[in-house]
Design a binder for this molecule. Sequence first.
Ligand SMILES: *[C@@H]1O[C@H](CO)[C@@H](O)[C@H](O)[C@H]1NC(C)=O
Ligand SMILES: *[C@@H]1O[C@H](CO)[C@@H](O)[C@H](O)[C@H]1NC(C)=O
Ligand SMILES: *[C@@H]1O[C@H](CO)[C@@H](O)[C@H](O)[C@H]1NC(C)=O
Ligand SMILES: *[C@@H]1O[C@H](CO)[C@@H](O)[C@H](O)[C@H]1NC(C)=O
Ligand SMILES: *[C@@H]1O[C@H](CO)[C@@H](O)[C@H](O)[C@H]1NC(C)=O
Ligand SMILES: *[C@@H]1O[C@H](CO)[C@@H](O)[C@H](O)[C@H]1NC(C)=O
Ligand SMILES: *[C@@H]1O[C@H](CO)[C@@H](O)[C@H](O)[C@H]1NC(C)=O
Ligand SMILES: *[C@@H]1O[C@H](CO)[C@@H](O)[C@H](O)[C@H]1NC(C)=O
Ligand SMILES: *[C@@H]1O[C@H](CO)[C@@H](O)[C@H](O)[C@H]1NC(C)=O
Length: 871
Amino acid sequence: MILQASLFTCISTFVAGRIHDGYIIQPPFEGSTKQSSFTLPTTNGAPQGFPLSGNGLWYKNPGSSWSQEWLPVGNGYLGAMAPGGTTEETTLLNIESLWSGGPFQDPSYNGGNKQPSEQSTMAQDMQRIRQDIFQSPNGTIDNIEELSTDAGAYGSYSAAGYLIATLQTDKDGSNITDYARWLDMDKAILRTSWKRNQIKFDRTTFCSNPLQACLQQVTSTSNVLPNITYSFSTDLVSGLPQASVQCLDRSTIILRNTVANPGMAYEIIGRVSTLPSTSSVQCTPQGSSNATITVSGAKESWITWVGDTEYDINAGDPNHGFTFKGSDPHSRLLALINNIPSPISTATFTSLLNQHTKAYQSLLGSFSLSLNQNPDLSKATDEIRDAYEVDKGDSYLEWLTFNFGRYLLTGSAPGKLPANLQGKWAKDGSNPWSGDYHANINLQMNYWFAEMTNMDVTKSLFDYMEKTWAPRGAYTAHVLYNISRGWVTHNEIFGHTGMKLLDNSAQWADYPESAVWMMMHAWDHFDYTNDVQWWKTQGWPLIKGVASFHLDKLVPDLRFNDSTLVVNPCNSPEQAPITLGCAHAQQLIWQLFNAVEKGFNFSGDQDVEFLQEVKQKKAQVDKGIHIGSWGQLQEWKVDMDSPSDTHRHLSHLIGLYPGYAISSYDPAIQTAPNASSTYTKDQVLSAARTSLSHRGNGSASDGDAGWEKAWRAACWAQLGDELMFYHELTYTIQRNFGPNLFSLYSPYDPTDPTQIFQIDANFGFPAAMLNALIQAPATHSSTTTQTITLLPALPSTWPTGSIKGARIRGGITLDMNWKNQKLDTVTITVDADVGQFGRNHVVEVIYSGKVIKEIGIPLAKGVSRVFSFSG
Ligand SMILES: *[C@@H]1O[C@H](CO)[C@@H](O)[C@H](O)[C@H]1NC(C)=O
Ligand SMILES: *[C@@H]1O[C@H](CO)[C@@H](O)[C@H](O)[C@H]1NC(C)=O
Ligand SMILES: *[C@@H]1O[C@H](CO)[C@@H](O)[C@H](O)[C@H]1NC(C)=O
Ligand SMILES: *[C@@H]1O[C@H](CO)[C@@H](O)[C@H](O)[C@H]1NC(C)=O
Ligand SMILES: *[C@@H]1O[C@H](CO)[C@@H](O)[C@H](O)[C@H]1NC(C)=O
Ligand SMILES: *[C@@H]1O[C@H](CO)[C@@H](O)[C@H](O)[C@H]1NC(C)=O
Ligand SMILES: *[C@@H]1O[C@H](CO)[C@@H](O)[C@H](O)[C@H]1NC(C)=O
Ligand SMILES: *[C@@H]1O[C@H](CO)[C@@H](O)[C@H](O)[C@H]1NC(C)=O
Ligand SMILES: *[C@@H]1O[C@H](CO)[C@@H](O)[C@H](O)[C@H]1NC(C)=O
């Protein structure tokens, strides 16, 4: 409060300064002479134009490290990162489908699969491997290398180049004052402002989803800007061939390149517009490869750019020879850029910006969170981050990091491809872990909060699975597993569905359950939205394909001979023992079969035999819940967990979070018919707690990344342990977040500017926070009561707050607020569509261990009701 007051004081000193729509506004531009009368030294507080709510990141210096300091904008199709330069701004450009490798590099690329001729050998090898595992004295074998294949031209997500925009003044940066750069998360724009010799400059950058284009504007308080040059360059992107940059016309430059040689072709077109239109705009070819646009005599200047590749997500099936090759992007890009009004005027720019902001806000949906946070606008974001401590926390920075996660998803998901390991932001030609789609935690974590925070961003995720995994995954099922229905994948882009040969291959590659985990997202999307049309056309076919494969892959357990069905061989993701009945796989498959049963009636599918087979195998399948010798929840069916295993993944706790096999454990359903012992739910939860606590805090020598901590935080929240939850949550930021709040793969180290950015913890963080406030896990059957647990792990640092517009499974919207550490009011609105589709749950609202409300659904078609009460 005190700090906010000081801000108000500060504003009142600059005469005409006003607070408007929650922003600090500046008076209209006037001549440079008048500017000096209301100097606002930015070093004393957030810059003019920064959201008063504090919903943004701001800095007093330009960024130097890309991964720690630059700031991102994106529209799903394109990404851009800028340091916030003054005389020169170097904006790094990304195009979502720009990949080296794959069929564009090697026509014989086949997704890392075996050849058809190897099929029968593989089938025999698989049989022998299974037998070896069943008969092995300790239930493990050393390798399964014969099943894996050299990754071949796997390739990498690649940066596309830079936009270099230069104000032709002295470049020594002298006489620059009042510098600030910031990301405004109310509007999704990036801004830099500074003064040079009393003239104030302002640069605004954003990427619009509706336009599939990015825009950058420069203005000043002078009547005329210095000359500006604009060029594209690939020189600074390591590993990228040098692009040809040419003039398309007086005000348009075009970059054409291939990502590798040979490799995928791509193009970026930039068009400059100025005010007044009498200013000079001239594109000059400089040799054959370095066209530059020079602007002189302008008061305002804009560059708009669009970019695309020849990748076509619809050409990844057998009909297209798995080529993924589409048409040259040139005419599509011309159409996009011609769609933008030209020349741009101040008014059209404002309307394009408003259109962008509206689209951005609509992606965020009606959800909002308040922690009653009290932003300290006198401190820049990096200063706030530097002062952040484990356990002590800071509700403002946590709120900001929550919003930043949602911001990043709006910037990376709503294109043609889903958010990858770095969202859509990558710096080099070859990026860490290829900047790919690791589907053993990372891709999943990217979307953990999307449904509950009511974001409509999953289309590209499901398209990606349907169009790039399923087609070649059917081939993999056949040649590697001798299974002729459904599909499987072990990883990643261009339909790379095979097992990738690497050191200790199984640990990395033997993960045929990646799609099973992803099917949680497919079920959830239907469960949250009741979108029956989507379920029939995309969700159900995906789930049926994956379930079909696993029906055939399960085998009778010939080690324990307990009449159960198990996976064999299996690994926990990235854990070495190759064994049978891995808890992770068994829990996921059981949850998948539940989804099939719950969703069948809405699928329009008449294949009753399939449903019967799923029901039958679901009864037989080992449920992956075994309590071991030291009270742990076993990671493998053979009791061999080590109490000192602090592995980064929590694979066997998948049913605790994000799944429900552990957290909603029901002995009546999950006890095997011939089980030697039965567990109560409390015993299972206590075993999960033992395992979680032995797993450590996510900083062991095998990995010290942010996502490990965010996952642990979510699990502790699930167990209702607010102290451990908050410990891990705060540790996530303190240990792994950079000054720009990007999550870093290693502990943040300001002396190493090349640290790896990996986006998953940016997305896991909001999910973990949410799980401390609302839990409403999926249920095993459609008649099971849906529980909604409120404030299960509320830390003492968030005594008061509210959530509006949370989406709950089954078509429910929930608003709540809490005060002084206690639930205050809750409003539950049931969507009229629920009854219409016969998805009839009884809903129980639980607070502080008690059922405080039971709501019977269905409602009559078209009726919606509101329940309000005090808790
Ligand atoms: C491969 O699958 C076919 C069809 O199910 C089966 O007849 C054959 O025995 C399998 N081969 C091996 C080696 O398991
Ligand atoms: C299991 O036994 C095999 C062969 O005896 C041995 O090589 C392997 O290290 C053992 N694995 C474990 C996890 O103990
Ligand atoms: C910096 O400002 C001073 C005083 O206004 C002026 O004399 C000088 O020429 C400026 N330097 C540059 C490089 O513009
Ligand atoms: C292209 O232009 C930029 C900016 O003027 C310059 O730095 C670079 O050296 C030029 N490259 C070539 C190949 O001419
Ligand atoms: C600005 O650009 C114009 C047109 O290219 C040129 O004539 C003029 O010399 C430039 N001014 C400066 C200060 O570089
Ligand atoms: C399990 O049953 C199979 C088939 O009946 C048998 O070959 C095997 O020896 C049994 N294993 C054990 C450990 O009893
Ligand atoms: C229980 O075990 C017996 C003996 O192994 C077996 O015959 C029976 O089918 C099993 N029951 C179920 C439901 O699996
Ligand atoms: C599906 O519909 C059938 C027939 O109406 C009904 O008997 C069954 O209980 C429904 N199943 C589920 C899972 O809702
Ligand atoms: C994390 O765990 C390590 C190893 O047990 C310990 O040294 C460290 O103090 C812990 N840090 C936090 C913040 O929990």
